[in-house]
Design a protein. Structure first.
Length: 493
């Protein structure tokens, strides 16, 4: 009898173990850049899952999680953005929704490198060809070269943070998925360096128009020998305004009004308190005043939505179709409030950003997470990225003098114009109207924004700066920013 019962227990244990194995999916991991990364910079990993049951599953690592629907015995890949710490260790966990106790775990380790790497995409290039390219590009023995296939290129633009330059043959470009093309485009928009190998001229011109810094860091070559004269294009481009400089471009926030209201409240409380002390016939009246004041404070600040302000600085070349931008989002608490917000990966994985709480990756690749606000609390996010932009103004040279034309459908606001080292006032322009610099044009007086414009356009013979509200975060109503359009030395742009 005891043997039969023991046998039943063993069968039950085997059955439950196999059932649990069916619930938990199997996972394989494929880190981008052959597991190399720069400490503090974003990277990503491809997680390939296969399950024995249809259903909704969760893949998580640290504070990040993502939902994925799996079909039975059908492999599916999901790409997760990561920002490993100095140890490079990452732990993954996958489980069926509602069955978190039955999970499969996988650990992996990224290898930290000291400097950004030069990525060689192997598709379309022979081994001897790659060696010849590396010999031409190598400047020192400390240069890091990473060879990967086109299929292994990342799906998120943030993963290019540890890449100095990409070397790619046109045949590799043709095999990329849409998400890979968008990620590579985002890299180029931010003045990323790329050596295009044997790209057709029409395709290369389109990439040139898309690339930031007027395409100065994109070159098309047809042999390794041509690279010797192109090493200079691997130099790092000029930086955008940093976090603190964007403080000077932000609009007036409601926080200023909030401080004023607090001061008025405190002064009013003291004034009424002194009056009450002087006229109160009973001491009991003095105890009512704090209760009334507390009630008013709770009514005013007890449950208020936060104040959200977005400031941005964009730069693009004349005739370009994209801009490189620096953005600063301030979430200012004006009372007690709790909500979930959604931000781009660039904002969350920026080096100066820390997020409390569990993050969920959305279907569009953004990150959603909870935020709690208190009175006068402040959360700030600063990041850089690129986006497509239709320039509202075009620049040209006529008879040796600059001409600015409003080629857009809307009135442009007053801005600044640089010509031969001097900064002038650029008036607002109606659609279709043109402006020409003349001896009567007024020069701009000193201001912080004039100083920033002069700094960012110091290498241009002419450039312009106008107020421009970029569509970076449509959900944020309070947006302000500036668009700097770099000119060329001569010719019609």
């Amino acid at each position: 009898m005891i043997q039969r019962r023991l046998y039943s227990w063993v069968l039950a244990w085997i059955y439950l173990s196999s059932a649990e194995a069916d619930i938990a999916p199997k996972i394989d991991t494929f880190p981008v850049w052959n597991s190399r990364y720069n400490v503090g910079k974003a990277t990503e990993v491809e997680v390939r899952l296969i399950a024995a049951q249809d259903g909704d599953y969760v893949i998580s690592t640290g504070s990040l999680s993502a939902n994925v629907h799996l079909l039975m015995d059908t492999p599916k890949s999901i790409w997760l953005p990561l920002r490993p710490d100095s140890s490079g260790s990452i732990a993954l966990k996958a489980y069926k929704r509602g069955e978190s106790a039955v999970a499969v775990e996988r650990s992996m380790t990224f290898s930290a490198i000291d400097k950004p790497q030069i990525v060689m995409v192997t598709d379309g290039v022979t081994a001897d060809g790659r060696q010849a390219l590396i010999q031409q590009l190598r400047v020192s023995d400390h240069d890091v070269f990473t060879s990967i296939s086109a299929q292994a290129l990342p799906r998120f633009g943030t993963s290019y943070a540890s890449v100095h330059a990409v070397v790619m043959h046109f045949s590799a470009l043709q095999t990329l998925e849409d998400r890979q093309i968008k990620a590579l485009s985002r890299f180029l928009m931010q003045c990323g360096s790329m050596i295009a190998l044997a790209f057709p001229d029409p395709i290369f011109k389109r990439l040139k128009q898309l690339s930031g810094c007027q395409g100065n860091f994109l070159v098309n070559v047809f042999s390794a020998d041509q690279l010797a004269a192109q090493r200079a294009m691997l130099e790092k481009p000029s930086a955008l305004p940093v976090f603190t400089e964007l403080l000077d471009t932000r609009p007036r926030s409601k926080i200023d009004q909030l401080y004023t209201l607090l001061v008025i409240f405190c002064l009013g409380y003291l004034l009424i308190g002194f009056i009450a002390v002087g006229v109160a016939s009973r001491q009991r009246t003095l105890f009512i005043l704090p209760l009334i004041s507390a009630g008013i404070a709770l009514l005013v600040w007890g449950h208020r939505q936060p104040d959200k302000v977005l400031s941005s600085w964009l730069e693009m070349g004349a005739g370009q179709s994209s801009a490189w931008y620096s953005a600063r989002l301030t979430l200012q608490g004006t009372g007690f409030w709790r909500e979930r917000i959604e931000l781009p990966i660039e904002a969350v994985y920026a080096a100066n950003t820390a997020v409390d709480g569990q993050m969920l990756m959305t279907e569009n690749g953004s990150l959603e997470f909870p935020v709690e606000y208190g009175l006068l609390s402040q959360n700030t996010y600063h990041w850089q990225s690129g986006l497509s932009v239709d320039a509202p103004l075009s620049l040209a040279i006529e008879n040796g003098m600059p001409v600015v034309v409003n080629s857009g459908p809307q009135l442009t606001k007053q801005g600044l114009f640089r010509w031969r080292g001097s900064i002038y006032i650029l008036p607002s322009l109606q659609p279709g109207h043109a402006w020409r610099l003349s001896s009567a044009t007024a020069k701009a007086e000193y201001a912080k924004i004039v100083e920033m414009f002069a700094k960012q356009s110091r290498q241009d013979s002419f450039a312009l700066l106008i107020p421009f509200s970029a569509d970076i975060l449509p959900a944020v109503a309070q947006r302000s920013g500036w668009l700097l359009i770099h000119g060329a030395n001569s010719g019609v742009l």
